[in-house]
Design a protein around this ligand. Structure first.
Ligand code: NAD
Ligand code: IPM
Ligand code: MN
Length: 364
Protein backbone atom coordinates (compact mmCIF):
# COMPACT_ATOMS: atom_id res chain seq x y z
CA UNK A 1 0.00 0.00 0.00
CA UNK A 2 0.91 3.64 -0.29
CA UNK A 3 3.49 5.38 1.85
CA UNK A 4 6.06 2.89 2.91
CA UNK A 5 4.15 -0.41 2.75
CA UNK A 6 5.79 -3.59 1.58
CA UNK A 7 3.72 -4.22 -1.49
CA UNK A 8 2.28 -1.95 -4.14
CA UNK A 9 -0.04 -2.37 -7.10
CA UNK A 10 0.90 -0.35 -10.15
CA UNK A 11 -1.39 0.28 -13.12
CA UNK A 12 0.68 0.60 -16.29
CA UNK A 13 -0.73 2.60 -19.21
CA UNK A 14 1.97 2.70 -21.92
CA UNK A 15 -0.30 4.51 -24.42
CA UNK A 16 0.76 5.57 -27.91
CA UNK A 17 3.93 6.02 -29.95
CA UNK A 18 7.11 6.06 -27.89
CA UNK A 19 5.03 5.73 -24.71
CA UNK A 20 4.73 2.05 -25.59
CA UNK A 21 8.50 1.83 -26.16
CA UNK A 22 9.86 3.60 -23.09
CA UNK A 23 7.38 2.40 -20.45
CA UNK A 24 8.46 -1.29 -20.62
CA UNK A 25 12.04 -0.14 -19.92
CA UNK A 26 10.90 1.62 -16.76
CA UNK A 27 8.93 -1.45 -15.68
CA UNK A 28 11.97 -3.64 -16.29
CA UNK A 29 14.15 -1.39 -14.11
CA UNK A 30 11.50 -1.20 -11.39
CA UNK A 31 11.25 -4.98 -11.31
CA UNK A 32 15.02 -5.26 -11.00
CA UNK A 33 15.33 -2.71 -8.21
CA UNK A 34 12.33 -3.84 -6.20
CA UNK A 35 12.84 -7.58 -6.48
CA UNK A 36 16.39 -7.11 -5.24
CA UNK A 37 15.05 -5.12 -2.31
CA UNK A 38 12.46 -7.83 -1.66
CA UNK A 39 9.65 -5.39 -2.14
CA UNK A 40 7.19 -6.84 -4.59
CA UNK A 41 5.48 -4.61 -7.06
CA UNK A 42 2.48 -5.93 -8.90
CA UNK A 43 1.95 -4.54 -12.39
CA UNK A 44 -1.32 -4.59 -14.31
CA UNK A 45 -1.25 -3.25 -17.85
CA UNK A 46 -4.07 -1.32 -19.50
CA UNK A 47 -4.31 -0.91 -23.30
CA UNK A 48 -5.93 2.53 -23.21
CA UNK A 49 -4.85 4.66 -26.15
CA UNK A 50 -5.33 5.41 -29.83
CA UNK A 51 -5.52 1.79 -31.06
CA UNK A 52 -8.30 0.94 -28.63
CA UNK A 53 -10.11 4.18 -29.43
CA UNK A 54 -9.94 3.54 -33.18
CA UNK A 55 -10.93 -0.13 -32.72
CA UNK A 56 -13.70 0.17 -30.12
CA UNK A 57 -14.52 3.87 -29.83
CA UNK A 58 -13.52 3.72 -26.14
CA UNK A 59 -11.26 6.31 -24.50
CA UNK A 60 -11.51 6.18 -20.69
CA UNK A 61 -13.57 3.00 -20.09
CA UNK A 62 -16.59 3.19 -17.76
CA UNK A 63 -15.53 2.36 -14.20
CA UNK A 64 -11.86 2.93 -15.12
CA UNK A 65 -11.30 5.84 -12.76
CA UNK A 66 -12.88 4.01 -9.82
CA UNK A 67 -10.81 0.90 -10.56
CA UNK A 68 -7.57 2.89 -10.52
CA UNK A 69 -8.55 4.87 -7.44
CA UNK A 70 -9.62 1.87 -5.39
CA UNK A 71 -7.34 -0.93 -6.48
CA UNK A 72 -4.03 0.69 -7.35
CA UNK A 73 -1.41 2.66 -5.45
CA UNK A 74 -0.01 4.46 -8.46
CA UNK A 75 -0.21 4.69 -12.24
CA UNK A 76 2.81 4.56 -14.53
CA UNK A 77 1.84 6.30 -17.74
CA UNK A 78 3.64 6.58 -21.09
CA UNK A 79 2.16 9.12 -23.50
CA UNK A 80 -0.93 9.67 -25.61
CA UNK A 81 -1.18 11.26 -29.04
CA UNK A 82 -1.54 9.71 -32.48
CA UNK A 83 -1.64 11.30 -35.93
CA UNK A 84 -4.67 9.10 -36.73
CA UNK A 85 -6.63 10.97 -34.02
CA UNK A 86 -6.20 14.62 -35.02
CA UNK A 87 -8.81 15.76 -32.48
CA UNK A 88 -6.67 14.31 -29.66
CA UNK A 89 -9.98 13.23 -28.11
CA UNK A 90 -8.60 10.09 -26.48
CA UNK A 91 -5.73 12.00 -24.85
CA UNK A 92 -8.11 14.63 -23.50
CA UNK A 93 -10.47 11.97 -22.11
CA UNK A 94 -7.80 9.68 -20.65
CA UNK A 95 -4.93 11.91 -19.55
CA UNK A 96 -6.79 15.09 -18.63
CA UNK A 97 -9.69 12.89 -17.46
CA UNK A 98 -7.46 11.08 -14.96
CA UNK A 99 -5.78 14.29 -13.80
CA UNK A 100 -9.17 15.88 -13.13
CA UNK A 101 -11.15 12.90 -11.87
CA UNK A 102 -8.42 11.67 -9.52
CA UNK A 103 -8.00 15.31 -8.46
CA UNK A 104 -4.23 15.20 -9.09
CA UNK A 105 -3.75 18.86 -8.39
CA UNK A 106 0.05 18.91 -8.24
CA UNK A 107 1.99 18.38 -11.44
CA UNK A 108 5.54 18.12 -10.14
CA UNK A 109 8.17 18.51 -12.86
CA UNK A 110 11.76 18.51 -11.62
CA UNK A 111 14.43 20.15 -13.77
CA UNK A 112 17.74 18.68 -12.76
CA UNK A 113 20.95 18.71 -14.75
CA UNK A 114 22.47 15.25 -14.30
CA UNK A 115 25.62 15.81 -16.35
CA UNK A 116 27.27 19.14 -17.25
CA UNK A 117 27.59 18.31 -20.95
CA UNK A 118 23.81 18.02 -21.36
CA UNK A 119 22.83 21.66 -20.97
CA UNK A 120 22.75 23.97 -23.99
CA UNK A 121 23.64 26.87 -21.68
CA UNK A 122 27.25 27.96 -21.80
CA UNK A 123 29.30 27.61 -18.60
CA UNK A 124 26.41 26.19 -16.57
CA UNK A 125 26.97 23.14 -14.39
CA UNK A 126 24.93 20.69 -12.32
CA UNK A 127 24.90 23.04 -9.34
CA UNK A 128 23.17 25.77 -11.41
CA UNK A 129 20.23 23.75 -12.70
CA UNK A 130 18.27 22.08 -9.96
CA UNK A 131 14.69 23.25 -9.53
CA UNK A 132 11.16 21.95 -9.54
CA UNK A 133 8.07 23.29 -11.29
CA UNK A 134 4.74 22.82 -9.53
CA UNK A 135 2.09 23.19 -12.16
CA UNK A 136 -1.55 23.55 -11.14
CA UNK A 137 -3.11 20.48 -12.73
CA UNK A 138 -6.88 20.49 -12.33
CA UNK A 139 -8.12 23.81 -13.66
CA UNK A 140 -7.07 26.84 -15.73
CA UNK A 141 -7.57 26.86 -19.45
CA UNK A 142 -7.51 23.05 -19.54
CA UNK A 143 -10.97 22.47 -18.07
CA UNK A 144 -12.72 22.58 -21.44
CA UNK A 145 -15.19 25.35 -20.72
CA UNK A 146 -15.99 27.21 -23.91
CA UNK A 147 -17.30 26.63 -27.37
CA UNK A 148 -17.42 27.68 -30.96
CA UNK A 149 -20.08 29.80 -32.52
CA UNK A 150 -20.85 30.25 -36.23
CA UNK A 151 -18.28 27.56 -37.01
CA UNK A 152 -17.22 27.40 -40.61
CA UNK A 153 -18.42 30.92 -41.41
CA UNK A 154 -16.33 34.09 -41.77
CA UNK A 155 -17.89 35.23 -38.48
CA UNK A 156 -16.68 32.22 -36.52
CA UNK A 157 -15.97 32.78 -32.82
CA UNK A 158 -14.02 30.47 -30.49
CA UNK A 159 -14.02 30.90 -26.72
CA UNK A 160 -11.93 28.99 -24.17
CA UNK A 161 -12.39 30.00 -20.56
CA UNK A 162 -9.59 30.17 -17.99
CA UNK A 163 -11.12 28.80 -14.81
CA UNK A 164 -9.36 29.55 -11.52
CA UNK A 165 -10.88 28.77 -8.13
CA UNK A 166 -9.64 30.14 -4.83
CA UNK A 167 -9.40 26.59 -3.50
CA UNK A 168 -7.46 25.41 -6.54
CA UNK A 169 -5.02 28.30 -6.53
CA UNK A 170 -4.50 28.18 -2.80
CA UNK A 171 -3.76 24.47 -2.57
CA UNK A 172 -1.03 24.50 -5.24
CA UNK A 173 0.64 27.63 -3.83
CA UNK A 174 0.48 26.17 -0.33
CA UNK A 175 1.93 22.90 -1.61
CA UNK A 176 4.91 24.77 -3.05
CA UNK A 177 5.63 26.49 0.26
CA UNK A 178 5.17 23.28 2.26
CA UNK A 179 7.50 21.45 -0.11
CA UNK A 180 10.09 24.19 0.38
CA UNK A 181 9.87 23.90 4.14
CA UNK A 182 9.93 20.11 4.22
CA UNK A 183 12.85 19.84 1.82
CA UNK A 184 14.97 22.62 3.26
CA UNK A 185 14.65 24.68 0.09
CA UNK A 186 14.84 28.44 0.37
CA UNK A 187 13.21 30.06 -2.65
CA UNK A 188 9.71 29.96 -4.13
CA UNK A 189 8.77 31.92 -7.25
CA UNK A 190 5.10 32.29 -8.23
CA UNK A 191 4.55 33.15 -11.85
CA UNK A 192 1.44 34.45 -13.57
CA UNK A 193 0.30 37.03 -16.12
CA UNK A 194 -1.73 39.21 -13.79
CA UNK A 195 -0.79 42.36 -15.70
CA UNK A 196 -2.88 41.16 -18.66
CA UNK A 197 -5.16 38.46 -17.23
CA UNK A 198 -6.40 40.77 -14.53
CA UNK A 199 -9.37 38.71 -13.31
CA UNK A 200 -7.98 35.18 -13.42
CA UNK A 201 -4.47 36.00 -12.28
CA UNK A 202 -5.56 38.79 -9.98
CA UNK A 203 -6.82 35.87 -7.90
CA UNK A 204 -3.35 34.25 -8.01
CA UNK A 205 -1.88 37.55 -6.78
CA UNK A 206 -4.28 37.85 -3.86
CA UNK A 207 -3.86 34.24 -2.76
CA UNK A 208 -0.06 34.39 -3.07
CA UNK A 209 0.05 37.55 -0.98
CA UNK A 210 -1.98 35.86 1.77
CA UNK A 211 -0.24 32.50 1.80
CA UNK A 212 3.33 33.82 1.68
CA UNK A 213 2.73 35.66 4.98
CA UNK A 214 2.46 32.27 6.67
CA UNK A 215 5.87 31.29 5.30
CA UNK A 216 8.14 34.12 6.37
CA UNK A 217 11.01 31.61 6.61
CA UNK A 218 10.84 31.06 2.83
CA UNK A 219 12.21 33.58 0.37
CA UNK A 220 9.28 34.15 -2.00
CA UNK A 221 8.85 36.35 -5.04
CA UNK A 222 6.71 36.86 -8.10
CA UNK A 223 7.68 37.06 -11.77
CA UNK A 224 5.43 37.51 -14.78
CA UNK A 225 5.62 34.43 -16.97
CA UNK A 226 7.33 36.21 -19.87
CA UNK A 227 10.04 37.46 -17.54
CA UNK A 228 10.35 34.04 -15.94
CA UNK A 229 10.95 32.47 -19.38
CA UNK A 230 13.78 34.95 -19.92
CA UNK A 231 15.26 34.66 -16.40
CA UNK A 232 15.30 30.88 -16.33
CA UNK A 233 17.50 30.89 -19.42
CA UNK A 234 19.65 33.82 -18.28
CA UNK A 235 20.34 32.39 -14.83
CA UNK A 236 18.59 29.16 -13.82
CA UNK A 237 20.52 29.03 -10.54
CA UNK A 238 18.21 31.68 -9.03
CA UNK A 239 15.28 29.20 -8.88
CA UNK A 240 14.49 26.36 -6.47
CA UNK A 241 10.70 26.14 -6.80
CA UNK A 242 8.42 27.62 -9.44
CA UNK A 243 4.67 27.50 -8.91
CA UNK A 244 2.33 28.46 -11.71
CA UNK A 245 -0.92 27.75 -13.53
CA UNK A 246 -1.71 24.79 -15.74
CA UNK A 247 -0.83 26.28 -19.14
CA UNK A 248 2.27 28.21 -18.09
CA UNK A 249 3.50 25.16 -16.17
CA UNK A 250 3.15 23.06 -19.31
CA UNK A 251 5.27 25.48 -21.32
CA UNK A 252 7.90 26.33 -18.74
CA UNK A 253 8.45 22.64 -17.95
CA UNK A 254 9.39 21.87 -21.58
CA UNK A 255 11.75 24.85 -21.53
CA UNK A 256 13.21 23.58 -18.26
CA UNK A 257 13.52 20.06 -19.66
CA UNK A 258 15.68 21.36 -22.49
CA UNK A 259 17.95 23.22 -20.05
CA UNK A 260 18.64 19.85 -18.43
CA UNK A 261 19.25 17.84 -21.59
CA UNK A 262 15.92 17.59 -23.35
CA UNK A 263 12.49 16.03 -23.18
CA UNK A 264 13.94 12.53 -23.30
CA UNK A 265 15.21 12.97 -19.74
CA UNK A 266 12.38 14.80 -17.99
CA UNK A 267 10.19 13.04 -15.39
CA UNK A 268 6.92 14.16 -13.83
CA UNK A 269 4.31 13.23 -11.27
CA UNK A 270 0.61 14.11 -11.22
CA UNK A 271 0.04 13.97 -7.51
CA UNK A 272 -2.63 14.21 -4.85
CA UNK A 273 -0.82 13.52 -1.59
CA UNK A 274 -2.06 10.28 -0.04
CA UNK A 275 -4.14 9.27 -3.06
CA UNK A 276 -3.56 7.17 -6.18
CA UNK A 277 -1.31 9.36 -8.33
CA UNK A 278 -0.12 9.21 -11.92
CA UNK A 279 3.50 9.38 -13.05
CA UNK A 280 4.58 10.07 -16.63
CA UNK A 281 7.54 11.48 -18.52
CA UNK A 282 7.08 15.10 -19.60
CA UNK A 283 7.42 14.18 -23.27
CA UNK A 284 4.66 13.07 -25.61
CA UNK A 285 4.26 10.18 -28.03
CA UNK A 286 6.87 11.63 -30.46
CA UNK A 287 5.34 10.34 -33.72
CA UNK A 288 8.46 11.55 -35.57
CA UNK A 289 10.61 8.83 -33.97
CA UNK A 290 7.98 6.28 -32.89
CA UNK A 291 8.62 2.71 -34.06
CA UNK A 292 12.32 3.31 -34.67
CA UNK A 293 13.46 1.98 -31.30
CA UNK A 294 15.53 5.06 -30.55
CA UNK A 295 13.38 6.88 -27.98
CA UNK A 296 15.21 7.81 -24.81
CA UNK A 297 13.80 5.72 -21.93
CA UNK A 298 15.54 7.73 -19.18
CA UNK A 299 12.63 10.17 -18.72
CA UNK A 300 10.31 7.26 -18.07
CA UNK A 301 12.86 5.53 -15.85
CA UNK A 302 13.36 8.70 -13.75
CA UNK A 303 9.56 8.96 -13.61
CA UNK A 304 9.41 5.48 -12.11
CA UNK A 305 11.89 6.64 -9.45
CA UNK A 306 9.56 9.54 -8.59
CA UNK A 307 6.72 7.04 -8.38
CA UNK A 308 8.36 4.69 -5.92
CA UNK A 309 9.62 7.57 -3.84
CA UNK A 310 5.98 8.70 -3.63
CA UNK A 311 5.17 5.17 -2.45
CA UNK A 312 7.71 5.63 0.33
CA UNK A 313 10.59 3.64 -1.19
CA UNK A 314 13.28 6.29 -1.27
CA UNK A 315 16.34 4.00 -1.19
CA UNK A 316 15.08 2.13 -4.26
CA UNK A 317 14.38 5.44 -6.02
CA UNK A 318 17.96 6.48 -5.32
CA UNK A 319 19.27 3.23 -6.83
CA UNK A 320 17.37 4.02 -10.04
CA UNK A 321 18.70 7.58 -10.13
CA UNK A 322 22.27 6.41 -9.65
CA UNK A 323 21.82 3.93 -12.50
CA UNK A 324 20.66 6.77 -14.77
CA UNK A 325 23.58 8.95 -13.72
CA UNK A 326 25.95 6.08 -14.46
CA UNK A 327 24.48 5.59 -17.95
CA UNK A 328 24.97 9.31 -18.63
CA UNK A 329 28.50 9.16 -17.27
CA UNK A 330 29.31 6.21 -19.53
CA UNK A 331 27.52 7.90 -22.43
CA UNK A 332 25.43 4.75 -22.81
CA UNK A 333 22.58 6.80 -24.30
CA UNK A 334 20.17 7.22 -27.22
CA UNK A 335 20.75 9.56 -30.21
CA UNK A 336 18.87 12.53 -28.69
CA UNK A 337 21.71 12.74 -26.14
CA UNK A 338 24.40 12.20 -28.75
CA UNK A 339 24.73 8.43 -28.24
CA UNK A 340 24.16 5.49 -30.54
CA UNK A 341 22.32 3.06 -28.28
CA UNK A 342 18.72 2.01 -28.75
CA UNK A 343 15.84 2.17 -26.27
CA UNK A 344 15.97 -1.49 -25.22
CA UNK A 345 19.77 -1.53 -24.92
CA UNK A 346 19.66 1.42 -22.49
CA UNK A 347 16.95 -0.35 -20.47
CA UNK A 348 19.02 -3.55 -20.36
CA UNK A 349 22.12 -1.61 -19.30
CA UNK A 350 20.22 -0.06 -16.38
CA UNK A 351 18.84 -3.44 -15.28
CA UNK A 352 22.33 -4.87 -15.37
CA UNK A 353 23.71 -1.90 -13.39
CA UNK A 354 21.00 -2.26 -10.75
CA UNK A 355 21.70 -6.01 -10.46
CA UNK A 356 25.44 -5.51 -10.01
CA UNK A 357 24.93 -2.67 -7.60
CA UNK A 358 22.71 -4.83 -5.44
CA UNK A 359 25.10 -7.76 -5.62
CA UNK A 360 27.97 -5.52 -4.55
CA UNK A 361 25.97 -4.36 -1.53
CA UNK A 362 25.08 -7.93 -0.57
CA UNK A 363 28.72 -8.99 -0.75
CA UNK A 364 29.86 -6.25 1.61
P1 NAD B 1 6.76 15.27 -28.05
O1 NAD B 1 7.19 15.44 -26.65
O2 NAD B 1 6.09 13.99 -28.38
O3 NAD B 1 8.04 15.45 -29.01
C1 NAD B 1 8.74 16.68 -29.13
C2 NAD B 1 10.14 16.42 -29.69
O4 NAD B 1 10.94 15.79 -28.69
C3 NAD B 1 10.17 15.48 -30.89
O5 NAD B 1 11.18 15.88 -31.78
C4 NAD B 1 10.51 14.13 -30.28
O6 NAD B 1 11.14 13.25 -31.16
C5 NAD B 1 11.42 14.54 -29.13
N1 NAD B 1 11.31 13.59 -28.01
C6 NAD B 1 10.32 13.54 -27.10
N2 NAD B 1 10.50 12.54 -26.24
C7 NAD B 1 11.65 11.93 -26.62
C8 NAD B 1 12.37 10.80 -26.12
N3 NAD B 1 11.95 10.10 -25.06
N4 NAD B 1 13.50 10.45 -26.76
C9 NAD B 1 13.95 11.15 -27.81
N5 NAD B 1 13.32 12.21 -28.34
C10 NAD B 1 12.17 12.59 -27.73
O7 NAD B 1 5.82 16.51 -28.40
P2 NAD B 1 4.94 16.77 -29.72
O8 NAD B 1 5.65 16.29 -30.93
O9 NAD B 1 4.53 18.18 -29.63
O10 NAD B 1 3.63 15.90 -29.50
C11 NAD B 1 3.41 14.60 -30.07
C12 NAD B 1 2.12 14.04 -29.52
O11 NAD B 1 2.27 13.76 -28.13
C13 NAD B 1 0.94 15.00 -29.64
O12 NAD B 1 -0.21 14.22 -29.93
C14 NAD B 1 0.83 15.61 -28.26
O13 NAD B 1 -0.46 16.06 -27.95
C15 NAD B 1 1.22 14.42 -27.40
N6 NAD B 1 1.74 14.74 -26.07
C16 NAD B 1 1.36 13.91 -25.07
C17 NAD B 1 1.86 14.07 -23.80
C18 NAD B 1 1.44 13.12 -22.73
O14 NAD B 1 0.81 12.12 -23.00
N7 NAD B 1 1.78 13.38 -21.50
C19 NAD B 1 2.80 15.08 -23.56
C20 NAD B 1 3.18 15.93 -24.61
C21 NAD B 1 2.65 15.75 -25.87
C1 IPM C 1 1.87 17.41 -20.97
C2 IPM C 1 1.16 17.45 -22.30
C3 IPM C 1 -0.34 17.58 -22.11
C4 IPM C 1 -0.59 18.89 -21.37
C5 IPM C 1 -1.16 17.51 -23.41
C6 IPM C 1 -0.95 16.19 -24.12
C7 IPM C 1 -2.63 17.73 -23.19
O1 IPM C 1 1.69 18.46 -23.09
O2 IPM C 1 1.57 16.52 -20.16
O3 IPM C 1 2.76 18.24 -20.74
O4 IPM C 1 -0.63 19.95 -21.98
O5 IPM C 1 -0.73 18.83 -20.15
MN1 MN D 1 3.46 19.42 -22.23
Amino acid sequence: MRNGGLKARIAVIPGDGIGAEVTPQAVKVLKAVCSSAERPLEFVEFDWGADKYLREGVTLPPGGVELLREEFDAILFGALGDPRVPSNQHAADILLGLRFKLDLYVNARPVELLHDRLTPLRDRTEKDIRLIVFRENTEGIYVGVGGVFRQGTPDEIAVQEDVNSRKGVERIIRYAFEYARQNGVRRVCMSDKSNAMTFAHGLWQRVFKEVRQEYADIDSRHLYIDTLAMEIVRDPSQFDIIVTCNLFGDIISDLGAQLAGGLGLAPSGNIHPGKTSLFEPVHGSAPNIAGKGIANPLGSVLTSAMMIEFLGWKPQAEVIRSAVRAALQENYVTPDLGGNKNTVAVGDWLVNFVGKNHLAKQLK
